[in-house]
Write a protein that binds this ligand. Structure first.
Ligand code: DGL
Length: 273
């Protein structure tokens, strides 16, 4: 079934992730574009994405994007998840070409890293599926061959964050083990290639006893969305109601985390995918 393009600037922007990670991106979008209404989808029933095959994650991403574009009549979709961006961006971009812009979290991050001339060697941490896709290292190597890099899968982090272990000794000790990997010894920058990780940015920074510039996707993705909406003449200056939050399973952890995140109770709607 063909998607009928919603070219109305007052239509909402769809944002999705496996869980709370994409809220880091949603918050940055709301800060930069306060008039844009967001429809957030947390695929809590299938969290974590990071240890699932790219094929399976692509299926989830397709169903969620269809829900956001067809049923919710969104004007654009932000894949606020590195794993889903690595697995499904090309598929979604091609499927909705001409109907709705699809924004991924990887390309704006790559652009931010290569634009920074002070960065000589960058570490990349993300889920197993993101790191094993090689998408960051391929794009960075292609765009800036002189840049050195080291990529490391840190598979335990997203689930620990989702379960509320943000600022605990457990996460600090796991981070210490991951980030003391020999290939990270001489990095001067670190890419948080998972949208859950900005939630533990301070704990990550504490692991280094030297300055390491930390790149997270939230702001650069919000800026990219603004550029695209501007080009497509889809930017609005009239807000149409509050943001709406959907989850594929009503979990206490999502509810609790959303409350911590937004400093208020957030109504969650259930929509299994
Ligand atoms: N927040 C996600 C990412 O950026 C996914 C984490 C997960 O579900 O494993 O990769």
């Amino acid at each position: 079934m063909q998607i009928i393009a919603n070219k109305n600037p007052s239509a909402p922007v769809g944002v999705f992730d496996s869980g709370i990670g994409g809220l880091t991106v949603a918050r940055a979008i709301s800060d930069l574009l306060p008039d844009e209404k967001l429809i957030y989808f947390g695929d809590t029933a299938h969290m974590p994405y990071g240890n699932k095959s790219a094929q399976l994650v692509s299926g989830f991403a397709l169903r969620i994007s269809d829900f956001l574009l067809r049923e919710m009549q969104c004007k654009a979709v932000v894949i606020a998840c590195n794993t889903a961006s690595a697995a499904a961006y090309t598929l979604l971009r091609d499927k909705y070409e001409g109907a709705a812009p699809v924004i991924n979290v990887i390309d704006p991050m790559v652009e931010a890293v290569i634009a920074d001339d002070a960065v000589k060697k960058v570490g990349i941490i993300g889920t197993l599926t993101t790191i094993s896709s090689g998408v960051y290292t391929e794009k960075l190597a292609r765009r800036k061959p002189s840049l050195k890099y080291a990529a490391l899968a840190t598979p335990l982090l997203a689930s620990l964050i989702e379960e509320g272990y943000h600022h605990t000794g457990e996460i600090r000790s796991i981070l210490k083990q991951y980030l003391s990997h020999p290939s990270f010894e001489d990095i001067d920058a670190l890419v948080l290639a998972c949208t859950h990780y900005p939630i533990i940015k301070d704990e990550i920074a504490e692991c280094f006893n030297r300055p390491v510039k930390i790149f997270d996707s939230a702001l650069v993705v919000a800026q990219r969305l603004k550029e695209i909406l501007t080009i497509e003449k889809l930017l609005t200056d009239k807000r149409q109601g509050d943001d709406v939050f959907y989850v594929s399973d009503l979990t206490d952890s999502f509810r609790l985390n959303a409350r911590i995140f937004f400093n208020r109770d957030v109504d969650l709607l259930l929509h299994p995918v």
